[in-house]
Design a protein around this ligand. Structure first.
Ligand code: 13P
Length: 462
């Protein structure tokens, strides 16, 4: 009995001159193919060997030979050897194979449900965040500019004024604190954490330790604080913090080619590591890749850079297994550089901001809490309001997490004087209400007292 394999072989006639060489080559190729099959079970070696042999005979025979080693041919041989024919003869090495999953699992540890609940509470309809996490140096500059000193006592008095504003909890869901404040008491000895909780305001904590120069990228920065974060995060949670913030800042300078790929890569990777460490410790991470408004670039340039940054950030968050449902994004609004001649109107800024976010942010992320970035109090509210009027495809909430745009008129009114205390608190409440309305697209510009003054500070540090 002959197999079809043998029959096909016989149809190829070698020339007499080549008989010896042919025999030798067949032997070598045959041994090679058998060895390969034995080792890997990959039948491609047999086909290669047979086709190589045929090519030696005549070029056209190679094609014939390859097709001769067809399913039919193989089945014929299988029948000859009395074995079941395989389903397919496509070599295993050419078959699509599922990649071995080796990226981390999305966080599903003991805090997962709490993280999701907290993140959603932080962006509850009509609510936003009071960012009062200025470092000792930055808050000191503000105190000194308004007739006070940068002492712990004055910092405590200022934060106490903010937190004891009546009705603040109607508009503010959470307060971002600096470490000193998280562990501080009010002047009567009650922990600030308890003061906030009693008003329904969730305490949060700034956990980055500031920006440092990024070597190889002159003029750019990276954000520090990761190596000690795991230890600190556990203590912050024990003290009552339920969310965290990490602010990294990127600068646009088209002439200098900034931000560089390196700066974006480092910023995104560190944000993702931070986010995962926080979730492991029960803190909702607010991911804040600020695009500074310094510069003369137009709004399209901002959008292009911001898309690149956000896309990279969300790629890294995925690579680090961050639970998006238990995280929030704190971006800048998509605005032109502060020195750009074309200022862009609020409706264009809103449309560009929503477009940028929808191009980059996965829909499972529950909310965006914008920073104000040096935009005036009134403009920040107007832009947020317009943003919430744009028709969106995503369900995530778009609200505020302002520092300068919530506190500026308040601290100016106060000046550290008892007689101005109530007035200052009422101005804070008005701005909180204005931004609450803006987060619902219901703010009527000018309906609340505010300052139109630009709050831009060149190369702002926090
Ligand atoms: P601004 O709103 O002043 O830009 O502050 C942003 C911030 O990161 C505060 O946490």
């Amino acid at each position: 009995m002959q197999s079809s394999f043998m029959i096909e072989q016989q149809s190829v006639s070698p020339s007499p001159r080549r008989t010896f060489a042919t025999t030798a080559l067949v032997g070598v190729l045959g041994l090679f193919a058998v060895a390969c099959i034995y080792n890997s079970g990959d039948t491609s070696a047999l086909r290669t060997g047979y086709a190589g042999f045929a090519a030696f005979q005549t070029p056209s025979a190679a094609t014939q030979a390859t097709s001769a080693y067809s399913p039919t041919g193989f089945r014929g041989m299988a029948a000859y050897t009395n074995q079941a024919a395989p389903e397919s003869i496509v070599p295993r090495s050419n078959q699509p194979v599922m990649a071995t999953p080796n990226s981390p699992k999305i966080y599903d540890g003991p805090y997962a449900a709490q993280l999701i609940e907290t993140a959603n509470a932080m962006v509850a309809p009509g609510k936003g965040l009071l960012a009062c996490d200025e470092s000792t140096g930055t808050v000191g500059t503000r105190l000194e500019a308004n007739g006070m000193e940068n002492t712990e006592e004055w910092r405590q008095a200022w934060r106490n004024l903010l937190f004891t504003t009546k009705g603040l909890g109607d508009y503010i869901s959470g307060a971002i604190l600096f470490e000193e404040t998280l562990f501080q008491n009010d002047p009567d000895g009650k922990p600030f954490v308890d003061v906030l909780n009693s008003k329904g305001i969730i305490p949060g904590i700034k956990v980055d330790t500031g920006l440092k120069p990024l070597f190889c990228a002159p003029g750019e920065n990276w954000c520090t604080g990761l190596d000690s974060l795991n230890d600190r995060a556990g203590k912050y949670y024990a003290q009552g913090a339920r969310f965290a913030k990490w602010r990294t800042a990127l600068k646009i300078d088209v002439a200098a080619g900034q931000p560089t790929d390196l700066a974006i890569e480092v910023a995104s990777q560190d944000l993702a590591r931070y986010a995962r460490i926080c979730q492991e410790n029960g803190l909702v991470p607010i991911v804040e890749p600020e695009i500074l408004i310094d510069g003369s670039h137009d709004i399209e340039t901002t959008a292009r850079i911001q898309e690149r940054v956000l896309t990279t950030v969300y790629g890294k968050l995925r690579e680090n297994g961050v639970l998006l449902e238990g995280s929030l994004l704190k971006p800048s609004m998509t605005v032109p550089g502060v020195e750009c001649p074309d200022k862009s109107d609020p409706a264009s800024i809103a449309a560009m901001t929503v477009r940028t976010l929808e191009r980059c942010v996965p829909p499972r992320m529950p909310g965006v809490t914008f920073l104000s970035g040096g935009i005036s109090e009134e403009d920040s509210s107007i832009y947020l309001n317009e943003i919430n009027k744009v028709e969106k495809t995503c369900n995530c909430r778009l609200t505020f997490s302002f520092s300068r745009a919530l506190q500026s008129s308040c601290i100016k009114a106060w000046q550290g004087k008892d007689e101005n205390y109530e007035k200052a608190q009422s101005l804070l409440l008005k701005r909180a209400q204005a931004n609450s309305e803006a987060s619902l697209g219901k703010y009527v510009p000018g309906s609340q007292p505010s300052s139109e003054e630009s709050l831009f500070v060149k190369n702002y540090v926090y």
